[in-house]
Design a binder for this molecule. Sequence first.
Ligand code: FPP
Length: 255
Amino acid sequence: MSNPSPAPLVGAVKPGHIAIVMDGNGRWAQKRWLPRVAGHKQGVDALRRIVEACIERGIPALSVFAFSSENWNRPADEVSGLMDLLAMALGREVPSLKDNGVRLHFPGNRSGLSARVAQGLEAAERDTAHNTRLVLNVCFNYGGRWDIAQAAHSLAARGEAITEESLSNAMALSHVPDPDLLIRTGGELRISNFLLWQSAYAELVFTDCLWPDFDGAALDRALAEFAGRQRRFGQTAEQRAQAESLAAHAGQRHA
Ligand code: FPP
């Protein structure tokens, strides 16, 4: 259900899908003379807060970058720390996510993961499959280039034509619309191989706030920045203003 085109009629005030590069855990820990994995642990707490904040604000989809295809290059103890953290977070968080109406997905390359982790992800997806309040995509062993390549590979294997639509539908996030807003914490100004295809028209918000410090107020600042943007989807500002005013009038007539 990807939406590469056409543009939605009204410049939505609230994003339907937020994507987040949760950066800055390591620096948060180092500032406190703690091991990097302590920052990742705080990162899980921040993620829990932001899931709750998204539910409170009526955001229907949230995608976070928890482990990238490139994170395997980190020191072995940090990689194993992140794997253990995922296993621990699955055990501790899934029951309350389930009770709170969250549907979990773990987009990413499962073949690189241990059988124990892969089975845990599958079980969490199965246990929350009936939920509809918030779709939470925890992208794990994910890379934007991997996603485009695996989608092209699966279409080719099925003998299907490669089009924008068929590629979108074969990608790991085909169950949600493309993100409207992509936030990166931690002060870096890049996308780092996150949702490359899906972020084609996402509004980008960068903040110096380190991920463990990100909270509802920081989310609200990003949402305010989003609401102040004019999304043009390749059209002129005048075309967008006209389309938005027509849609607003139509909305008033139907109110
Ligand atoms: C980037 O910060 C963050 C990560 C590589 C991992 C993100 C993981 C979490 C927030 C925890 C949630 C994870 C699971 C397993 C559910 P960094 O380490 O690059 O920070 P730095 O730029 O300050 O070094």
